[in-house]
Design a protein around this ligand. Structure first.
Ligand SMILES: CC(C)(COP(=O)(O)OP(=O)(O)OC[C@H]1O[C@@H](n2cnc3c(N)ncnc32)[C@H](O)[C@@H]1OP(=O)(O)O)[C@@H](O)C(=O)NCCC(=O)NCCS
Length: 161
């Protein structure tokens, strides 16, 4: 049975602070170096404009952390609890962020992804992102890809935001 869809909110600084333990639990359920609360709360450019949080009642069930880098909106992390995956939420939120970034005059959406994480890679390539380059994480030896897509291309694929 499909779960009821969660509410999508813009993540502001107060919400990030109040929900830090739940957000870190979600983010640190993924492979890679664990995030600290300081990393979660660091005020990057437009972070609390482009980042989102999904909630059901009082529970955080997903998060997208994003910020502006020059003319790009960069996705630092996206994760949904397992029960809420493959329901179209990831596509919808990328399109919503892309529409907002395009209205702000940005041109590109970028993300990093573990190259051996086939699900995450499939999600990003389905949305039109392509691999620009790759790098080894010196701390855990994992290989990450740098991916990007013009906002215009992302907004032309799939349904309306
Ligand atoms: C990756 C993630 C954020 C995607 O969000 P989502 O809401 O599940 O994705 P959507 O349902 O919007 O899927 C969008 C498209 O990507 C595809 N896709 C999503 N997850 C996929 C998977 N695991 N394998 C293959 N394709 C996948 C969907 O089939 C869909 O394509 P379609 O519209 O042609 O059917 C989510 O699955 C997740 O939290 N995964 C675990 C954390 C993770 O890997 N984060 C990424 C770190 S880089």
């Amino acid at each position: 049975m499909k779960p009821n869809l969660p509410d999508l909110l813009t993540l502001n600084g107060d919400l990030a602070h109040d929900r830090a333990p739940q957000l870190l639990a979600l983010i640190n359920s993924l492979p890679g170096q664990p995030w600290t609360e300081a990393e979660l709360l660091i005020p990057l450019p437009d972070k609390f404009r482009y980042s989102r949080i999904w909630m059901t009642g009082d529970q955080v069930v997903g998060v997208v952390l994003a910020s502006r880098k020059h003319k790009s909106v960069h996705i630092h992390q996206i994760v949904l609890e397992a029960a809420y995956r493959q329901l179209g939420l990831g596509r919808k939120v990328y399109r919503q962020i892309a529409a907002q970034a395009e209205a702000d005059g940005l041109t590109l959406l970028t993300a990093h992804c573990l190259l051996d994480d086939m699900g995450a890679l499939a999600f990003h390539t389905t949305l039109g992102l392509s691999l620009d380059s790759q790098y080894d994480d010196p701390q855990d030896g994992s290989v990450y890809g740098r991916l990007s897509v013009p906002l215009k291309v992302l907004l032309e694929t799939g349904t309306q935001p």
